[in-house]
Design a protein around this ligand. Structure first.
Ligand SMILES: Cc1ncc(COP(=O)(O)O)c(C=O)c1O
Length: 411
């Protein structure tokens, strides 16, 4: 047991409780930590997660709503909750390290062989696993300028160079990304739909792009919001996996399945790629609870359909209200919206917090005057729209749009 910071700083020892008595052991001075860190460590900007709702409620002393992390406002799949309750008495056992039954279920769902599927502690885990497996100092990864921050972090954690390509019309500029490939490029990270813009590229665009990329470069195609997209020209990514192309397609249980707290995602790619990733993967990265919940969530089509219907309705309602209020937003195919308030986003974020609404300021993503808001329940969205208009000093007009407002959703 370390007694107190003051004691250890002065004498340079920590008091440690052994089996029978207290011993003094030398403490390494903190300065050594900096000496042993790799040089790229200081350049890493940690991922700023959405502010927890409990924290805001504690600070405000009243209920708040969180529309900051693109979670499912209907909560977790009820079938997944039931499955979790059924395995609670087996928590003393380690999980199946290869997630056999969940991979089997996914293989049937996607018409793929099991050896093309890998599980992760969320898709974030797999984004990092790709970097860990393939990147070293001297290699390069390419990302779009305003895309999910974890792509950058993953490359930077390995000391790899990062090439950032500007977006075009708030969308990943695939032609510019293809031109940015160099001899050092090993990995390209793409989000489709892209977070935080909510924009997408088509299956045709992506296939043209992939044809222009050398096969020695791995393209990570992050489809975390795949289920929300309703456009028929969206994605044929699994055909590319079946054809053995140089892609790793990522999906997650954190969004439409409502299981973000469980940490479960999966990747699909060529068996050689999956085998290489498995060599580096932490052996029990998908917990036993996550594995059974994931299987049950895949069978819960009712929850998925309700979630998608709510999202579609609320996207229509919120965008119509924003239009009426004259607030600019980027049209989105996902479950969130990038809203340009034209004002300092950090200040708007704080003002909205005081109104009890948690959103995400987008300065880190290159949009200093934009916030990202997740679509919530109809009631949440009304609260958000009213709060936003108060914050922006716009006379409230919520409820004037027709779409969605008349429909109520049971939560
Ligand atoms: C584009 C994108 N990919 C991946 C993730 C992370 O998902 P997971 O919870 O599966 O790690 C997110 C989460 O917000 C995301 O926006």
């Amino acid at each position: 047991m370390i007694h107190s910071r003051a004691t250890t700083d002065i004498i340079g020892h920590a008091l440690v409780k052994g089996d029978w008595d207290l011993k003094l052991v030398p403490l390494m001075p903190m300065v050594s930590i900096r000496e042993i860190l790799p040089p790229w460590s200081s350049r890493i900007v940690p991922y700023p997660p959405g502010k927890p709702v409990e924290e805001v409620e504690r600070e405000l002393g009243r209920p708040a709503i969180k529309l900051a992390s693109n979670e499912n406002p209907l909560g977790p799949s009820p079938k997944a909750q039931e499955a979790i309750r059924r395995v609670l008495d087996r928590l003393h056992l380690y999980p199946d390290g290869h997630g056999y039954y969940l991979r089997e279920r996914l293989a049937i769902l996607h018409n793929l062989e099991m050896n093309r599927i890998i599980l992760g502690a969320g898709s974030t885990d797999l984004i990092e696993l790709v970097a860990k497996t393939f990147l070293t100092a001297g290699d390069e990864a390419i990302v779009s300028e305003s895309s999910f921050h974890i792509y950058r972090l993953a490359a930077q954690e390995m000391g790899a160079g990062l090439v950032t390509v500007r977006m075009r019309n708030y969308t990943c500029d695939l032609a510019a990304i293809a031109r940015a490939v160099s001899q050092r490029t090993k990995v390209i990270y793409l989000g489709n739909p892209n977070n935080p813009t909510g924009t997408m590229f088509t299956a045709d665009d992506f296939e043209r792009f992939l044809d222009a990329i050398p096969s020695r470069v791995l393209v990570v195609l992050d489809e975390a919001y795949h289920e929300y997209v309703r456009r028929p020209d969206y994605s044929r990514s699994l055909d590319l996996v079946r054809a053995g192309r140089n892609v790793l397609v990522l999906r997650t249980f954190s969004k439409v399945y409502g299981l973000a707290g469980l940490r479960l995602g999966y990747g699909m790619g060529h068996p050689d790629l999956i085998e290489a990733l498995n060599r580096v993967r932490s052996p029990f990265n998908a917990s036993s609870v996550a594995q059974v919940a994931g299987r049950a969530a895949l069978d819960d089509s009712e929850h998925v359909e309700r979630s998608l219907a709510l999202n579609a309705r609320e996207m229509k309602f919120v965008t119509e209200e924003l239009t009426i209020a004259g607030i600019r937003y980027i049209p989105s195919v996902a479950n969130f919206l990038l809203i340009d308030t034209g004002r300092d986003c950090e200040e708007d974020f704080i003002r909205l917090l005081h109104e009890g609404v948690i959103v995400r300021p987008m300065k880190l993503y290159g949009f200093p005057t934009a916030i990202r808001v997740t679509l919530g329940t109809h009631a949440d969205n009304e609260v958000f729209l009213e709060a936003l208009q108060r914050v922006m000093n716009i006379p409230a007009a919520v409820g004037s749009a027709t779409g969605g407002a008349a429909e109520t959703v049971q939560t």
